[in-house]
Design a protein around this ligand. Structure first.
Ligand code: DAH
Length: 349
């Protein structure tokens, strides 16, 4: 037995000399300490031994097993370290190399404008209300007091869907939000919303795009008057376009408001003196507004004898063009990164 053990030890030491990769270790473990390894083999005939003999053999076998395990795991560690060191040497990182610059994105000027409007109106107690871009003829026109065949449709009679969705179109104005907000209000109580969003029309030139952005405002409550409309719009224009901006109201016509006004602001370029942008008038038209027509209130379930309201709608693109001096509206939708990049932190500078 002792001789056997000595042979095993010697053979192990010899084998260890030629071990140099992880697979050799696996083989070695199998050969010596594995299930059918030679050390395990030593216990094969244990059954036939006396208790005393079993004890001695057991001790000897355990001793050689520990001996083998120790040597093998030492070797295993050596091999793993060698592999790791080789890897580290090969993969050396030069921490003195300059890093690649990560390009910071910037908000699109339209997103900026929308957020600016939203922040302002939320600070005045409004909520932001969103409506779909695909809208029914009813919400886009009829419930805004523009029945079929009404001449006010001409400018906005544009992108209709055919066949099974015949009476649907891409909304031509965010005023549709008025109808939706009034109908959604089950108690028929007060409303204070702004609705920014895309609208579509049959337009295409430097200052008109077939797709553009509007923001619609609607306030419904008891005792609402033109004075509330005027005050709200004055605050809005001064905040968005600068405190020096003056606001002028002109009588106008919209089927869904009575009375209706068009709102001008002093030209941002010349400050009101007169220049090519304002066609020498000193004023630029930016907005349509008015007191919500009693019929519009009635159609959406409000009693015009109890509730009044004002509404306004303005083109956000135009406002951005003035604010950021953008000469052609089409660049806003061109997705040219060179254009968008110019607005990076522009306001914060
Ligand atoms: N929707 C109108 C447009 O697209 C603008 C407008 C005018 C909206 C008067 C209103 C309003 O809410 O009361 O030209």
């Amino acid at each position: 037995m002792q001789e056997n053990i000595n042979n095993i030890k010697e053979s192990l030491v010899r084998d260890l000399e030629s071990v140099n990769k992880p697979q050799d270790i696996v083989d070695l473990k199998a050969k010596y300490v594995g299930k059918s390894g030679c050390i395990t083999e030593l216990t094969k005939n244990m059954r036939d031994l006396s208790i005393e003999e079993k004890k001695t053999v057991g001790m000897l076998v355990n001793e050689v097993k520990n001996y083998a395990n120790d040597l093998i795991s030492k070797k295993e560690e050596e091999i793993n370290n060698a592999i790791l060191n080789e890897k580290l040497n090969k993969e050396s990182i030069d921490i003195t190399l300059p890093s690649k610059k990560i390009k910071r994105g910037s908000l699109h000027p339209m997103t900026r404008m929308v957020e600016e409007f939203e922040d302002l109106f939320v600070s005045m107690g409004f909520t932001v209300f969103e409506g779909p871009e695909l809208e029914s003829d009813e919400n886009c026109f009829q419930k805004l007091n523009i029945p079929k065949g009404h001449p006010a449709r001409d400018a906005q009679d544009t992108f209709y869907l055919k066949d099974e969705v015949e009476n649907f179109l891409l909304r031509s104005q965010t005023s549709t939000a008025q109808v939706r907000a009034m109908e959604a209000n089950e108690e028929k109580g007060p409303i204070r919303i702004v609705c920014p969003g895309k609208v579509y029309r049959r337009d295409e030139d430097a200052t008109h795009s077939h797709q553009f952005m509007q923001i619609e405002g609607l306030v419904i409550d008891k005792n609402i008057s033109m004075a509330d409309l005027k005050g709200t719009l004055e605050v809005m224009m001064k905040r968005i376009l600068g405190e020096k901006t003056q606001v002028r109201f002109r009588p106008s016509f919209f089927p869904f408001t009575e009375p209706s006004v068009e709102v001008d602001v002093t030209c941002f370029k010349c400050g009101g003196k007169g220049c090519s942008l304002c066609k020498q008038t000193g004023w630029i038209e930016v907005l349509g507004a008015g007191m919500v027509h009693p019929d519009v209130l009635t159609m959406s379930g409000y009693d015009p004898k109890v509730y009044q309201g004002f509404a306004f709608g303005t083109g956000i693109d135009r406002m951005a063009m003035f604010k950021y001096n953008i000469p052609d509206i089409r660049t806003i939708y061109g997705n040219d990164i060179r254009f968008i990049e110019q607005f990076d932190r522009k306001d914060e500078d």
